[in-house]
Design a protein around this ligand. Structure first.
Ligand code: FHN
Length: 456
């Protein structure tokens, strides 16, 4: 088996580190749940080449995605033995020091009596997302599909739902693109190694693990219809990070298996970018990055999986989340909002309370997001600009303090200006680059959008 990976694992050295099979979380570092580190934002693009093929253009045009973290940890909702476990709910096995024998029993409770893939997809589409990324396997190793390569999967649970298949079909039926998240880290697989494998035994085990991973990725790309891309995670363990050729080899193999596949840079070690920078986790860049990028965001400070209580700072409001989406579009990036469904398969009401108002806003104002790029204008605080063709969209999260709004640096003269209100688009007077006679209060409590038509 090892010879298959000679090209992927070129230089594994020898050392005494051993990791017992049932100690998959031993190498797990809780601090790492603070998030993947964004790759360099310096002008050194490390040879990155902007893809302009239809699949990548579609990824760009989508602008808004929905992340779903769902697994057996969703049953616990951040609680173990009646107490809240600090940290992200999907890390509860580590945070709560739950023995594998106990944690693995959750599979038998995965009944999903309230799971309805069509409802999930419809709710997500109503929020305005154009693509969905679901955790097919998170760090705990549990697989949301009936994999031929492991029994630690949904096939061993009592549910009758084929979650991934049902969801992928429903997502496409709603006109959205399906992406699969896959964790490189695996706390369950006996052959996974977190540390750089040094002994021949560890090297052979890790090579078997990489083979297992490829087998699973092949299942994911062949058994679920058109999957637009893979979203890798957990590249920080030394076994992967110290050997950039593993990621590069895997990436080349995937591109051959599925031409046009969209891959974020987490498939690689931190040495270079794949199609886009996916390292903006729970934060946005300060200025517009030079390459394609995507931010992913939690509703609480740091829990991706369902959390029943979350006693941290709190859950972000719809306005805060929407402003992050708009700021991302205004810096030519994608924004992915995460939700964590409950263990029974229903959505968390706290997530829905945020998805709905964002969806109402997107219904009237989606044209100012989809297919747009950012535009650097001189604008008052809390105001951002996006553009598409001859239209410039001004987003006012903070309503102007006077009845005028200066918009400096436009790419041409204004031909017309409208403001979206609850009664539709209303014409706005302007003089040069200043919008005049504005209503005294914001027509939209979230974000009021001006559409400027610019002379070519
Ligand atoms: O540890 C994970 C975390 O649970 C979550 O899945 C996020 C999503 O980007 N990724 C890791 C941290 O970078």
């Amino acid at each position: 088996m090892f010879h298959l990976f000679r090209s992927l694992v070129p230089a594994l050295l020898v050392s005494p580190l051993l990791m017992a099979a049932d100690e998959g979380t031993k190498g797990a570092d809780l601090t790492k749940s603070k998030g993947d580190t964004a790759n360099s934002e310096t002008p050194d693009l490390k040879g990155w080449v902007r893809r302009t093929d239809p699949a990548m253009e579609k990824w760009r045009d989508n602008r808004f995605g929905c992340f779903i973290h769902f697994g057996t940890y969703s049953i616990l909702g951040g609680q173990w033995n009646g107490k809240e476990v600090p940290g992200a709910a999907e890390w509860i096995k580590v945070g709560g020091r739950i023995p594998s024998a106990e944690y693995d029993k959750l599979v038998k409770q995965f009944t999903l009596e309230n799971f309805d893939a069509k409802k999930w997809a419809a709710d997500i589409r109503r929020m305005g997302a154009k693509y969905v990324i679901i955790t097919t396997k998170h760090h705990d190793g549990f697989c949301l599909w009936d994999s031929k390569l492991t029994d630690y999967d949904i096939g061993s649970s009592p549910t009758k739902h084929a979650v991934l298949k049902e969801l992928a079909d429903a997502v496409r039926a709603e006109g959205m693109d399906m992406y699969f998240y896959y964790s490189i880290i695996d706390w369950h697989h006996p052959d996974y190694r977190a540390a750089d494998p040094k002994t021949p035994e560890d090297q052979a085990a890790y090579a078997r693990y990489l083979e297992f991973m490829k087998g699973q990725l092949k299942e994911l790309l062949t058994d679920f219809g058109d999957i637009k891309g893979l979203w890798f995670d957990g590249r920080w363990d030394a076994s992967y990070k110290n050997h950039p050729d593993i990621g590069k080899g895997l990436e080349a193999w995937l591109r051959e298996l599925k031409p046009g596949i969209v891959l974020g840079d987490r498939v690689r070690a931190y040495d270079s970018f794949a199609d886009y920078n996916s390292g903006y986790e729970r934060k946005l860049p300060k200025t517009q990055p030079l390459l394609d990028w995507e931010a992913c965001m939690t509703i609480p400070e740091n829990s991706w999986g369902y959390h029943k209580t979350w006693s941290g700072v709190g859950r972000k409001t719809p306005k805060t989340l929407l402003e992050m989406l708009v700021r991302s579009a205004a810096m030519s990036g994608n924004f992915v909002l995460n939700i964590g469904p409950k263990g029974d398969g229903s959505f968390n009401e706290k997530d829905v309370e945020r998805m709905e108002p964002i969806g109402v806003w997107m219904k009237s104002n989606g044209a100012s997001i989809y297919g747009t790029e950012g535009l650097a204008l001189t604008l008052p605080a809390g105001t951002y600009a996006t553009r598409k063709d001859d239209k410039v969209f001004i987003h006012a999260f903070q309503w102007p303090e006077t009845d005028k709004l200066p918009v400096k640096g436009l790419p041409g003269k204004i031909k017309s200006c409208t403001l979206m209100t609850k009664d539709g688009a209303k014409s706005i007077r302007f003089e040069g680059e200043t919008l005049l006679d504005l209503p005294l209060t914001a027509p939209d409590v979230l974000d009021s959008v001006f559409t400027l038509e610019i002379e070519k």
